[in-house]
Design a protein around this ligand. Sequence first.
Ligand SMILES: N[C@@H](CCC(=O)N[C@@H](CS)C(=O)NCC(=O)O)C(=O)O
Length: 205
Amino acid sequence: MKLYYAPGTCAVSIWIALHWLGADFETERVKLGSYEYKKINPSGAVPALDMGDGNIKTQAGAILSYIADKYKEKDLGPDEGLEDEFLFNQISAFLSADYHPAFWPMFGPKNYTTSRDEKDLEKVVEAAYKKIDSVAIILDNMLEGKTHIYKNKRTVLDAYAYILSRWLSKTPKSWTEYPNLKKFMETMENDEEVQNIIELSTKEI
Ligand SMILES: N[C@@H](CCC(=O)N[C@@H](CS)C(=O)NCC(=O)O)C(=O)O
């Protein structure tokens, strides 16, 4: 398996999850949106996971569910049963469809207005901060009394919530200001294996 990633991106959560799962995998750093990388993933976005036979998987939430299932014996996916599986999918969908997209206008304001006026672009970013805060509050509430996002059990979704939440430090309200999220983030920040991956993934190659 080969994971295509870029530093600081949601793809790093797949790296952490693959490591936790004890998977045999390699990584390749790519230039987002480049002509070369679009041959792998036509959207130009990471993550992409090459299964080794031309089968390339994309979409972080779907990849995380897939690998948790592939290495089921590691028990980093949902518990069995309709309700437990639903809860896992619900959290995953929240992260990929509500939480993650809230940050897009902050990273790429030009994609959200036809204006190129600096002041207008700043307004887009300001609006993004507001939206980000509202979804971060939801995440914070989901973490009430827990240090894991799913049922207080470590799953691949912890890696996803962690990597996305690191971006809060680029907003006026960092993750330290959300009390439950703060505890969760500190647990991940103190995890040496996770931090080694963060460091490896930011290395210039
Ligand atoms: N829907 C995709 C979105 C992935 C995504 O937005 N990835 C970001 C990095 S976190 C990216 O590659 N952005 C660059 C781009 O879209 O060109 C997923 O959930 O995997």
